[in-house]
Design a protein around this ligand. Structure first.
Ligand code: C2E
Ligand code: CA
Ligand code: CA
Ligand code: CA
Length: 276
């Protein structure tokens, strides 16, 4: 019967997926204490002169057998299991440590943006956590940016909003990540405690050949700029996309066209001449 057929597909595919899930979960438990994770850095640049505005830190898992595992596969597992709490502490400390090294080497305008998971926001007091890490590294608060996805803001508590405002008052920048994927209305932008709006790469990819996406992109950018938010477009892969975003008034871009995420030793020599 159809029921059995469906069940067979379910058991074969889901069985493999579940085994992989539990395998990676076990492996991750052991890996967090070791040196199997590392950060890569992808620049966000000024669209007019290609100067570096800041770097986004993106985590990688170097597994001894599986090779490099992408965050799209292991971050969701880390979130389900709350392992993201320990991993997230390591990510922030490592980003601050690297940034302090660059800062102390004379790059006073260095800024790194760190992705924060909704699970971290749920379990941690954001302000204390961030300020303590910054204090440990001796960095000024304006050297740090936090990327929080649009969907986190939709469910955000007043408490989270207060913590974000306190961080911003100290100089930490807040970016709303993956904007355009969370179904929040443009009018909520007026009330969000953020400095930077990151447009999801889906819009950049679609706007080139889909007029409706192009129009939505245009209104997002217009609205954000009117509200005096900095706009960053991610996922720029070709010149056509770059030209379109320039026409729409976007000042900051990120993507493979400029640079893939790279290990710190590759980006370390670059000079920081400007900030966002
Ligand atoms: P995200 O924060 O939206 O990061 C952007 C993703 O797009 C990154 O993938 C980046 O490498 C990729 N990307 C950059 N330029 C291009 C481009 O031109 N074309 C395309 N197709 N992709 C581009 P990555 O590094 O694999 O990370 C995937 C997601 O995993 C991130 O999406 C973020 O949600 C999560 N993630 C990565 N690192 C961290 C982290 O340190 N902490 C947390 N909580 N999540 C992380
Ligand atoms: Ca991000
Ligand atoms: Ca994104
Ligand atoms: Ca994302």
């Amino acid at each position: 019967t159809e029921g059995r057929g469906v069940y067979r597909i379910y058991s074969a595919e889901m069985g493999a997926k579940l085994r992989r899930y539990h395998y990676l979960l076990d492996e991750m438990r052991q890996a967090i204490d070791s040196t199997n994770f590392f950060l890569t850095y992808q620049p966000v640049i000024d669209i007019d002169d290609f100067g570096i505005s800041y770097f986004e830190a993106l985590v990688r898992w170097q597994h001894p057998v599986e090779g490099t595992i992408a965050p799209d596969e292991f971050i969701p597992i880390a979130e389900d299991s709350n392992l993201i709490l320990d991993l997230g502490d390591w990510i922030l400390d490592e980003a601050c440590r690297q940034m302090a090294a660059w800062y102390n080497a004379g790059m006073k305008k260095v800024r790194i943006s760190v992705n924060v998971s909704p699970i971290q926001l749920k379990h941690k007091s954001l302000y204390d956590w961030i300020i303590k890490s910054l204090a440990k590294s001796g960095l000024p608060p304006h050297s740090l940016m936090l990327e929080i996805t649009e969907s986190c803001f939709i469910e955000a508590s007043d408490e989270l909003f207060n913590e974000l405002e306190k961080l911003r008052a100290d100089g930490v920048m807040i970016a709303i990540d993956d904007f355009g994927t969370g179904f929040s209305s443009l009018s909520v932008l007026a009330h969000l405690p953020v400095d930077v709006l990151k447009i999801d790469k889906l819009f950049v990819a679609e706007a080139i050949h889909n007029i409706k996406y192009k129009k939505i992109l245009h209104s997002i950018v217009d609205m954000a700029l009117k509200l005096e938010l900095k706009v960053v477009a991610e996922g720029i892969e070709n010149k056509e996309q770059l030209e379109l975003l320039k026409t729409l008034g976007v000042k900051h871009i990120q993507g493979y066209l400029i640079s893939r995420p790279q290990r710190s030793n590759y980006v370390g020599e670059k000079i920081f001449e400007q900030g966002i």
